[in-house]
Design a protein around this ligand. Structure first.
Ligand SMILES: [Zn+2]
Length: 210
């Protein structure tokens, strides 16, 4: 993965965000059919209602081509939009305003096509996956599902099947930092970075073409 020091880290680059200390412990390698079956049942239980799926689609259609970030908090049962916020070109989701609004909800925002220049670490500016800061938001805001919409894709983050502990959050943060920080600067995470993080931490990550 290419250069560093591009100065382009927009909202992925808040210093100190992922400053947690490294936790030991290897990954939980290997799968079993029992675990896979349990996972299938869980997915079925967690599947979004028809109305919520529709609300997510509507968000994608409305905001995928915008030049600013927007965020909605959607009720996972009813599909009702509880809250909407207009952000800037590279940030949305005021933590003070979101306080108490996000736990167990669907949290969705868009990543606009970036027009500020080339990022050598992430050439496909039209389809930026969740940022490193989004990982922090995903941890802090505790949504049922954290969704990011880009021009062509919808990215989804869900907690590991057993839920989060402080230990596995710290592990994920330390891992991401080891992958993404070079010479003290963050580079923007790619789809492959998220896949690697998910494989090692149990965070459920998907990228779906719209
Ligand atoms: Zn984001």
């Amino acid at each position: 993965m290419g250069g560093q020091g591009s100065g382009y880290f927009n909202h992925a680059g808040r210093p100190g965000l992922l400053g947690g200390s490294a936790s030991g412990g290897g990954g939980s390698g290997g799968t079993s059919s029992t675990r896979e079956r349990a996972e299938k049942h869980r997915e079925a239980r967690e599947a979004l209602s028809e109305k919520t799926t529709k609300a997510v689609k509507e968000f994608a259609e409305k905001y995928r081509d915008k030049t600013k970030e927007w965020m909605q908090i959607i009720d996972p049962k009813t599909g009702k939009v509880d809250y909407e916020e207009e952000g800037s070109e590279d940030e949305v989701g005021d933590p003070e305003v979101l306080e108490g609004k996000t736990e167990g909800k669907i949290q969705i925002h868009n990543h606009p096509v970036d027009t500020t220049g080339d990022n050598p670490d992430y050439p496909d500016n039209a389809n930026k996956p969740p940022s490193a800061q989004d990982l922090g938001k995903f941890f802090d805001d505790k949504p049922k599902e954290f969704l990011v919409v880009s021009k062509d894709y919808t990215f989804s983050l869900k907690p590991p099947p057993g839920g989060f502990t402080e230990k596995n959050k710290a592990k994920a943060e330390a891992l991401f930092k080891s992958m993404l920080v070079k010479n003290g600067a963050w580079r923007y995470p790619t789809h492959e970075d998220w896949q690697a993080l998910a494989a090692k931490t149990g965070i459920r990550y998907t990228r779906t073409k719209q």
